[in-house]
Design a protein around this ligand. Structure first.
Ligand code: MG
Length: 387
C-alpha cells in the first residue's frame, strides 16, 4: 500500500477554522482523515502539511512510527506548533488508514480497551470579556451549569478567572469568588468543577485565586501561569493546595519531562492536534504514567479531534477525563458523520472502522475558510494582557 496524495480542507466553525487532513492511497476508497486545527494559524498549518507531504508520498501509510520519525526529524528544525500541528493531522490520518485496512475501530489497533467507557466533561467557557465585569454574571454561569448537568455531565470546566493584572487586587478575587460560588450552588456538592486560568495570572495572583477557590473543592486548576514561565509555575505549585493541570501548549515529550521532573502537574493535557497526533500523545501519556500523572487531553477543536481523543482515552491506562466542545456550531453532524452522542456524561467505544467519522465535502464547502482574528486583551493602562 502506498500514499498517493495528502490534502487539507479548512472548515470555518466560528472562532476557528478546522484543519482537516486527508490522506489518499493506491487502494480504491481507502482514505485516512485527521485534524490539525491551530487557531489563528490554520493556513500556516495547511501550508506545512503540503511542505511535509513529499517526505512520505509513496510510503506505506501503516508504518506510523517510521513516518512519524521522518516527519519530525527530516525537516532538520524540529517542533514548533505549526509543524507539530501539521504532523499531528497527518499522523491521525495514517492511524485511520491502518485501522480501516484491518476493518477494526481505531481503539483496537491502539492496544484495545483499557476501560469500558470514557468520562467526558463539558467546557462552558466564560471569562472571555476584556472587562472584568462585562459578562459572565454569576447567574449566566449557574444557568450553563444546570444545562450541562441536565444533559448528563458529571463534570464541567469553567473560566472563572477574569483578566488579571500581575497583582489584581481584591476586586478580581471577589469577582472570581462570586462566579465560583454561583457555579457550586448550581451544581451541588458532587459535580466536579475544573477551573481553567488560561495563563491569565502571575504566580502570586494564581496563589491568591487558589485560596479563594479552595473551599469549593475544584477537581483541578488549569494553566495557572503561562507555559513559558517555568519558574513561575514552580512558585505557584508551592503555594497552591489544589491539583494542577497543564500541557495544552506543550508539544513534545521533552516539554512534558521538564514539568514532570519538577513535580508541577497532577494532570497532563496534551492536545492531539498539536502534540504529534496519536503517536506523539501515546508517547507523552506513557511518560506521564511513569510519574503517576493522569491524562485529561485538551480538546476544544473539531469533531475529528474529539473522535481521536475518545479512541485514545479508551486505550490509555492513565486516562482521567475527556474535554468536549459542544457549543461552537450547530451543524457539526451535517459536515461530519459518525460522531456519537454523549450519554450520561460518558461515551461508549465506537464500533465503526477507523476513527469512525467522515467529512461530507459538499456540506464542508458551505463553511469555507474565513479569517478569525486572535483575541486581544489589554490592561487598564493599555499594556498587553494574556487572555
Ligand atoms: Mg485550557
Amino acid at each position: 500500500m502506498k500514499i498517493t496524495e495528502i490534502t487539507t480542507t479548512l472548515v470555518n466553525a466560528k472562532m476557528r477554522n478546522w484543519v482537516i487532513v486527508r490522506i489518499f492511497t493506491d487502494q480504491p476508497g481507502l482514505i485516512g482523515i485527521g485534524e490539525g486545527t491551530l487557531e489563528f494559524q490554520e493556513r500556516a498549518v495547511a501550508g506545512a502539511v503540503q511542505d511535509l507531504a513529499p517526505l512520505i508520498i509513496g510510503q506505506d501509510p501503516r508504518d506510523t512510527e517510521r513516518l512519524w520519525e521522518i516527519l519530525y526529524r527530516h525537516p532538520f528544525f524540529k517542533g514548533g506548533v505549526v509543524s507539530m500541528s501539521a504532523l499531528s493531522g497527518i499522523d491521525q490520518a495514517l492511524w485511520d488508514i491502518t485501522a480501516k485496512d484491518l476493518g477494526v475501530p481505531l481503539w483496537r489497533v491502539l492496544g484495545g480497551l483499557a476501560r469500558d467507557r470514557v468520562r467526558m466533561y463539558d467546557h462552558l467557557g466564560g471569562g472571555d470579556s476584556n472587562s472584568v465585569y462585562d459578562s459572565d454574571t454569576a447567574q449566566s454561569f449557574a444557568q450553563k451549569m444546570k444545562e450541562s448537568i441536565a444533559d448528563g455531565f458529571t463534570a464541567v470546566k469553567i473560566l472563572a478567572v477574569p483578566k488579571s493584572a500581575p497583582l489584581g487586587g481584591n476586586a478580581n478575587l471577589r469577582h472570581a469568588e462570586e462566579l465560583m460560588g454561583a457555579a457550586r450552588d448550581a451544581t451541588g456538592p458532587d459535580i466536579d468543577i475544573m477551573i481553567d486560568f488560561h495563563g491569565r495570572t502571575s504566580a502570586a495572583m494564581a496563589i491568591q485565586y487558589a485560596k479563594v477557590f479552595e473551599p469549593f473543592n475544584p477537581l483541578f486548576l488549569e494553566e495557572v501561569v503561562q507555559p513559558d514561565q517555568h519558574e513561575a509555575m514552580i512558585r505557584a505549585r508551592k503555594g497552591i493546595n489544589i491539583p494542577l493541570a497543564a500541557g495544552e501548549r506543550l508539544l513534545t515529550r521533552a516539554d512534558f519531562l521538564r514539568v514532570l521532573q519538577d513535580g508541577l502537574i497532577d494532570v497532563a493535557q496534551p492536545d492531539v492536534c498539536h502534540a504529534g497526533g496519536i503517536t506523539g500523545v501515546r508517547k507523552i501519556a506513557s511518560l506521564c504514567d511513569t510519574f503517576g500523572v493522569t491524562m485529561a487531553p485538551h480538546n476544544p477543536l473539531g469533531p475529528i479531534a474529539t473522535m481521536v481523543n475518545i479512541h485514545l482515552a479508551l486505550s490509555m491506562p492513565n486516562f482521567l477525563i475527556q474535554e468536549v466542545m459542544r457549543a461552537d456550531v450547530p451543524w457539526r453532524e451535517e459536515v461530519f458523520s459518525g460522531v456519537p452522542d454523549f450519554e450520561a456524561g460518558y461515551i461508549l467505544p465506537p464500533q465503526s472502522v477507523g476513527i469512525g467519522a467522515e467529512m461530507n465535502e459538499f456540506e464542508a464547502i458551505k463553511h469555507p475558510y474565513a479569517g478569525e482574528k486572535a483575541v486581544q486583551w489589554f490592561h487598564e493602562d493599555g499594556s498587553v494582557a494574556d487572555w
